[in-house]
Design a protein around this ligand. Sequence first.
Ligand code: HEC
Length: 323
Amino acid sequence: MRQNATRALPVGGYLPVRMRHWISIGLVAAGVLRSVHAASIPDVLQKVDPATGKASDTTTEFSVSGIVSARATLAGDVVLAFVQPPGGVGLPVVASKADAALLAPRNEVTLAGKLGDGPFGWAALKINSGSVTLQATNKAFGASEPRGVAFFKDASASEGRYVQLTNVTLAAGKFSGGTLQATGDGGEVTVRVSTATTGRDVPTAKVNVFGVPVKVDGKWELLAARILPVDGRTAQTLAAKHTCLTCHNPDTKMVGPSYRDIAARYKDDAEALPKVLSQIERGGTGRWGTVPMPPLGAKVPEADRKVLGEWILFYRWDAVLAD
Ligand code: HEC
């Protein structure tokens, strides 16, 4: 309730507005109240010098609303996220792990804090403990701009925007919880991932990595929010052909659960693929609610079912990268 302290002033009602205003200012100046300035994200970004990345205002407490596009837990359990208006440029925010539970991609949130130096030296809004509130889940935050490896030599034109690094191969092996190299088009880009990925197998297929370009030590990297296979389009076409998309959407719940939610539930389950393939073949009910899924084994060839099952489970990276 701290942010609403000004509004909860007991001197309201019969006092003229102007007088109430001065009383509030007096109390703020006297340190009795804290004043929070409701601002739009573009307004707050105006307080950051584009040349240096430093904040010109570190004293105002801003309250902003926006949709989370990317989030990663960094070393030391600091969480870096981007909060943006739909289709717009994101404001970097940093929070402790305890305060970051609601900072999941596609959540619309309201939060408050002051600008300060973020984990990589450039300005970020440092979130007041307890100030994050959820307005809505599953909000679309705008299309991703496809970009090749070469773009990341200088990604400043897309700073803070949600982009798609297309057609890359990730350095083989296991995630080590920080960065890894993505190779494509004869070049390389550093992809920054949540420490929660540590120890997991890196996907071996060619992938598109979605996320927000960030500058670290003078070099542009991609803060990853989603990894999908490059041949996902083939799977999507199959899903449309076999009527899956009349009941399912990758991102939002329809008659059936979203593919993102299905994959998140099975992200740590070694038996995920057989479970999902069994549901596609035989149908079922009770795992997600009371609406049954019809058996589709007779209509969908086994090879297609496998492509669909693997594609759906790829959405687990959404949950893993946002852990
Ligand atoms: C008529 C609507 C409908 C169609 C068509 C449909 N589904 Fe489903 N699907 C559902 C419902 C409802 C559920 C949730 C069932 C439950 O609660 O167990 C579901 C659940 C699932 C699950 C989750 C399984 C699990 O183990 O949790 C997967 C995977 C899935 N569907 C894939 C597909 C694929 C692939 C297709 C197309 C080949 C498809 N669905 C077509 C309605 C549908």
